[in-house]
Design a protein. Structure first.
Length: 143
């Protein structure tokens, strides 16, 4: 079996696991108030040399419920759930906007926190953070 075949098998397996977890969350949310559950949104991170760009999928989430916090080497994204429309008894709850959302990402660079910018369009949050440099690490000799 080649590396590509192994990678494909792993990807298919992960897809099945993700589908199973999503189904479980959906069924739980139908019997437990989904506003009490927290979900992690999917993200993409891009290094542009002098800055980092983070894209976060938040479909259906209202802009005023999103909070972005930038620390020296981390970003936190949080959002409160939207009111669930009263159209009957819930049989399946999947939309991200029905849940609390929280994601913290730590990166191996230092951020210039006062230069961070965020935009929200078409259900995607874009966070752009200028970099100060790498987090230094060194081995110390013992005397």
């Amino acid at each position: 079996m080649t590396f590509e075949q192994n990678a494909t098998d792993v990807a298919v397996g992960l897809g099945k696991v993700e589908a199973g977890v999503n189904e479980l969350i959906s069924k739980l949310a139908a019997v437990i108030d989904p506003r009490l559950m927290t979900r992690e949104p999917p993200i993409d991170i891009f290094d542009n040399g002098d800055s980092v760009v983070i894209l976060v999928d938040l479909p259906g989430v209202k802009k005023d419920s999103i909070k972005v916090r930038v620390g020296s080497n981390y970003v936190e994204i949080a959002a409160e759930p939207q009111p669930t429309p009263a159209v009957g008894k819930a049989a399946r709850i999947e939309r991200l906007s029905n849940f609390r959302v929280y994601r913290r990402v730590e990166l191996g660079v230092r951020f210039k926190v006062d230069g961070a910018k965020a935009m929200y369009r078409d259900g995607v949050l874009q966070v752009i953070i200028p970099k100060l440099g790498s987090i230094a690490e060194t081995e110390v000799s013992i005397e």
